[in-house]
Design a protein. Structure first.
Length: 331
């Protein structure tokens, strides 16, 4: 082979190698129901950046916000079936797949965000993540979306009596449904992409979610009252399809887990400011914000539901969560 042919051969081989490297990059879809400008969008952007960095570009995440791939339950099903790589979802619909997770959604279970974070980072939270694989899912990391608050279009809500008769959209979550039924509301399970239209048409009176979610989805356009009830904490979770996860090398499995933990920590920091900014934005947009909610009355009103929760999740497990972070506890 003469010199010119050899150079040509080496150049062609080099181009083929570069092409092979480009083809080797794997794109995985990640879906979520809130807009790209929301706290979910922020968390997914951090996750995507961390995945690209830690895998040296071998994996790339393609984000699909605003329910482009369906509601949360549909996307969790997609991850289970292997038709979707990842999803960032509230725990609400996850209880339909991993029932044990429902304990995290109990009303007024957590004293504050710091308590919730301690629980999720403790053996309790990690043991719950370890239950995902037996249900056909991989839980990468818990993350934060702060406490959930009630909005509605009919009246200010300050006491449980004000909730009676309100048709409130809830997640497809048996804990949330029972809780709202217990205080006299008419809970209406609905996939999130349908909520804005249902409020606009008057099919439902209200909805409940984190402040950042209500602000980013412009609930001020279809709701008049925001009540800072803080009834559920309801964490979010990064879920990955077992099909996609099992295709990773051992090293990249650790990379994805580490990337999810990094995104989770970043989201916690983000949420510290998001609540205050969201409240001010919705007030500026014309919503009446009720901060003087009687939380003691709400806690008492939810208590009858706890008899059912204790049967389902075990009183000892509920007590263990409440004890985390208290003096004299080891968790």
């Amino acid at each position: 082979m003469n010199r010119r042919k050899l150079l040509g051969f080496l150049l062609a081989a080099g181009m083929a190698s570069l092409s092979g490297q480009a083809v080797a990059q794997t794109a995985l879809k990640i879906g979520y129901v809130l807009p790209a400008t929301s706290h979910y969008g922020y968390a997914v952007s951090v996750l995507a950046s961390e995945v690209a960095k830690r895998t040296e570009g071998r994996y790339r995440l393609e984000a699909f916000p605003s329910g482009a791939l369906g509601g949360e339950r549909e996307m969790v099903e997609g991850a289970q079936l292997g038709t979707l790589g990842l999803v960032l979802t509230s725990t609400g619909p996850v209880t339909n797949f991993v029932p044990e997770v429902g304990i995290l959604d109990l009303p007024f279970l957590f004293r504050d965000a710091a308590h919730a974070h301690q629980v999720l980072d403790s053996k309790i939270g990690q043991d719950l993540l370890a239950k995902f694989p037996s249900h056909g899912l991989v839980g990468l990391a818990w993350t934060d979306q702060s406490f959930r608050h009630l909005t509605n279009s009919r009246r200010p809500v300050v006491t449980p009596e004000d909730v009676k008769g309100l048709k409130v959209r809830t997640m497809e979550n048996p804990v949330h449904i029972l809780s709202f039924r217990t205080v006299g509301a008419n809970p209406t399970p609905m996939a999130f992409p349908e909520v804005f239209g249902a409020l606009q048409q008057g099919a439902i009176d209200g909805q409940e979610q984190a402040i950042a979610g209500s602000a980013s989805t412009k609930m001020s356009q279809v709701q008049k009252y925001l009540s800072l009830t803080g009834h559920f904490f309801s964490p979010a979770v990064f879920i990955m399809s077992p099909k996609a996860f099992n295709n990773l090398s051992s090293e990249d499995k650790e990379n994805f887990l580490a990337a999810a933990r990094a995104a989770s920590m970043a989201m916690r920091e983000y949420m510290r400011e998001a609540d205050a900014k969201g409240i001010e934005q919705m007030r500026k947009d014309g919503m009446e914000v009720n901060e003087n909610v009687d939380k003691e009355k709400f806690q008492a009103a939810f208590q009858p539901a706890y008899a059912e929760f204790a049967k389902k999740y075990g009183q000892e497990n509920i007590d263990a969560i409440r004890a985390v972070g208290l003096p004299g506890t080891s968790q």
